[in-house]
Design a protein around this ligand. Structure first.
Ligand code: FES
Ligand code: FES
Length: 160
């Protein structure tokens, strides 16, 4: 079995994987980073979104071997250094951007990638960016509000 090595949340890790092992399974099963969720088997839900070399990636669409040598970020690495919620996580809490919470890690990771490339997105841009993330509770409105708030913009502009 090939050995893969990568940096996950700033820590060097390695493991033996089969060629078909998905990155999401490596993270969840081998590294026990279970905050990255699996919500479908069709690459549609976005519950598995992580960062690979700074880009939002659905971890169910990538083999672990393809992430060899990469910098990977998961929801477990998103909190501030003192353990407090980061600005996006805090905004989700403040604006009720989660219901069951299953989609939330993927939403937060997608939001972080969006705000990195577009720090002041319009509401329409937020909604478009989240197209690959499904919330089965249909809590999108508050999720969008949370992301707008995290970007420092007036949440009142988000449509009801
Ligand atoms: S588990 Fe990856 S998109 Fe659904
Ligand atoms: S909060 Fe339940 S699926 Fe999104």
């Amino acid at each position: 079995m090939p050995t893969v090595s990568m940096t996950v949340n700033g820590k060097a890790v390695s493991g033996d994987v089969e060629g078909r092992t998905l990155l999401v399974d490596f993270l969840r099963e081998d590294l026990r980073l279970t905050g990255t969720h699996v919500g479908c088997d069709t690459s549609q839900c976005g519950a598995c979104v992580v960062h690979v070399n700074g880009e939002a990636v659905k971890a169910c669409t990538m083999f672990a071997a393809e992430a060899d040598g990469a910098e990977v970020g998961t929801i477990e690495g998103q909190a501030n250094a003192d353990g407090s919620l980061n600005v996006i996580q805090q905004a989700f809490q403040d604006h009720h951007g989660l219901q069951c919470g299953f989609c939330t890690p993927g939403m937060v990771m997608s939001a972080a990638a969006l705000l990195k490339e577009n720090p002041k997105p319009s509401e329409a841009e937020v909604r478009e960016y989240l197209e690959g993330n499904i919330c089965r509770c249909t809590g999108y409105h508050n999720i969008v509000k949370a992301i707008m708030a995290a970007s420092g913009q007036d949440v009142a502009i988000a449509a009801e």
